[in-house]
Structure formats: C-alpha cells, structure tokens
Design a protein around this ligand. Structure first.
Ligand code: ADP
Ligand code: MG
Length: 328
C-alpha cells in the first residue's frame, strides 16, 4: 500500500517541485505542497479573505456519494463564500480524514476538485491527510475540510451588514433546485444543482462597489437573507412570485411544498445581494454580461430585521425556517 506521502504526491501535488522562478505557476505561491508550510505571495493593495467549510459524510453528503462530484462540491461551497465576499479565490488547503485508503476514490475526488480549481485559477497549497478511525475501531466517516483564501481590493469586500432601507434585493440564478433533488433524486437537473453547484465567483467580483450587501444561499433564501437583515439592522419585503425557480420546481403542484423549496431549500449557492435602486440599470447590464439571470425580488425596509413575503394577491405568506445543523 502506498504511504501517506506517496498518496499526497500522486493525487494532490499538482505543481512540480522544480518550477523555475519566473514560471507562471510560481507567481502567487513561493512554496506549495511538500514542506512544513506553504508560502504565499499576496498582491499589493489586496486584503486576504479566508473561509473554512467542513463536509461530513452522513451529514453533508450521503455515504457512497460519487467522489468526483464530492471533489467538485467540497471546493464549490468554499468558492461560493469567496463570491459572497466579492473576493477572487486564489489558494486552498485540503484536510481529509478517510476510513480506508481507496485509490480509485482519491483519484476521482482529485479530478472533481482540480477541474473546478483550474476553472477559477485556485492552487492547492497544502493540507493534511489522516485515517478516520484508530486501527481496530469502528469504521470512521469521511471528513473533508477545505480552507480557501482569496484576494479582494482593500475596502471593496462585500459584507452582510451593508443593506440600507430602499435598496433592492436581488437573487442570482434559480432557487429550490438542490432541495428538490433531496425530495425527487430522479430529476437530473435538480440532482446536478445539489451535487455540482456552480459557485457565482465572477458575479461576486463584479458586485464590488455595486452591491451594498451580499450572502450566498447555503441554508435557504429566507434564512440567509435573514442574516443580511440581522447584520444590517433592517427589514425586507419579498414578492414570492418574483423568486426565480426552475421549471421543475415551478411544476410542483403542492404549493406549500414549492414555497418551502424556494424559500427554505438550502444548497443552491446562489448569491442574494442588495443594491441601491439607482443601480438597477448597472445590475441588468451585469446580468447580460455574465449571461446569468439576476432577479429583483423585493426591497429593504427600515425597522426591525423582519422578513415579510407576499403572494400574488398581496397576502402575507408563512415563512418557515431554513436548515439548522443543530436542530433536533
Ligand atoms: P506535517 O507532518 O507537517 O503535517 P504532512 O506530512 O502531513 O506534513 O504533509 C506533507 C505535505 O503534504 C505538506 O505540505 C502538506 O501541506 C501536504 N498535504 C498533506 N495532505 C494533503 C492533502 N490532502 N492535500 C494537499 N496537500 C496535502
Ligand atoms: Mg500532517
């Protein structure tokens, strides 16, 4: 069986050790995988954005999940956090706890991870690899922990706290697809939304100086918009019909179920952001530039951080809770 070091070299060490100075790959990393720590070269005039996400087998993904898709998703959820900050993702570390050494699994996981990393110019600069349980103990679970580092020009990061009364509320893409996949795994488009989310990295970067606040939808639209409201000390009015959803979600006959998917479904990794009304034209131009739908779904209100959602007849709708890891 290959040693831990051999596995790391085989599956995770992408940058050759002998890159010459001046080589393109050398620009942002002075020293990558293979020593006691990596050395990074952040650009002048940039702040570093850092975020960590933990994915646990049985909690965030089911046992036996496709490893290539898992490699994609583990990185995608981190890229999404960079997007929500308006940061450009640059570097990542990867910590893995594995119940068994399964080289086919590692190879596929690495494929999914690196395919997405390459698209956004992210370099894997280190990590840790360990067995998930002591020898002789019951089988442990797979644990995947990625830390991502990105850069954002000083003073231009997007915060949850910046929404102001009168601002429009916008949502990228579509809501509810990932949650639909949990209910109906046979719908291919929904399954893709759940297993291979597309982080809105370009959108996040383009929202610098344009959005007043932003967050990514990981735990459900209502809950995540709620974080903007709490942090900004403001309320919101949403027109339910304006919330974007896929044809598959719109087809659901059970109206309560459809509303629950759209308002409370997690794992969509779209961006919710606010922007002054005066910026509507600019946001619309951005949508057409990125070929990504950006829907204006409501507005920020002064007062308590309360979210009100109205149906087509102008009646208030009940808003359930989003995903809570510590809920019983
Ligand atoms: P240490 O003993 O200092 O923890 P390790 O032997 O665990 O170092 O790791 C050796 C090198 O391999 C380090 O540069 C570490 O960052 C890297 N590494 C270990 N596991 C991974 C992984 N899963 N992905 C990427 N790099 C890794
Ligand atoms: Mg180690």
């Amino acid at each position: 069986m290959p040693s831990e070091f051999e596995l790391i070299r085989r599956y995770f060490e992408q940058t050759p050790r002998d890159v010459r100075p001046g080589d393109r790959r050398r620009r942002r990393v002075s020293l990558g995988i293979g020593d006691d720590a990596a050395l990074l070269r952040p650009s002048a005039g940039m702040e570093l954005a850092v975020s960590t996400d933990l994915l646990l087998e049985g909690v965030h993904f089911r046992a036996g999940a496709d490893p290539r898709k898992l490699g994609h998703k583990a990185l995608a959820v981190n890229l999404s956090d960079m997007a929500a900050m308006g940061a450009a993702p640059r570097w990542a570390t990867l910590a893995l706890a594995l119940p068994v050494v399964n080289e086919a699994w590692l190879g596929e996981f690495a494929k999914g991870f690196f395919a997405l990393a390459a698209r956004f110019g992210v370099e894997l600069i280190g990590g840790d690899t360990t067995r998930a349980a002591a020898p002789g103990a019951a089988r442990g679970s797979i644990v995947i922990c990625i830390t991502i580092l990105g850069e954002v020009p000083t003073g231009l990061a997007l915060f949850r706290a910046g929404a102001r009364p009168g601002d429009d509320i916008w949502v990228s893409g579509e809501l509810g697809g990932a949650a639909l996949a949990l209910a109906q795994p046979d719908i291919a488009a929904a399954a893709r939304r759940l297993d291979e989310p597309e982080p809105r990295v370009e959108l996040g970067e383009r929202l610098r100086g344009l959005a007043s606040a932003a967050i990514d939808v990981s735990d459900g639209f209502a809950q995540d918009l709620g974080h903007i409201l709490e942090r900004s000390g403001a309320g919101a009015i949403i027109e339910y019909e304006l919330l974007p959803r896929s044809i598959d979600v719109r087809k659901i006959q059970d109206e309560k179920l459809q509303a629950r998917l759209v308002l409370c479904g997690g794992d969509d990794y779209e961006l919710v952001f606010t922007a002054p009304q005066a910026s509507r034209g600019e946001v619309e131009v951005l949508a057409s530039d990125l070929k990504l739908s950006l829907s204006r779904v409501g507005s920020i209100q002064s007062g308590a951080p309360r979210l009100q959602v109205f149906d087509t007849q102008g009646r208030p709708m009940p808003v359930g809770r989003g995903f809570d890891h510590f809920a019983p």
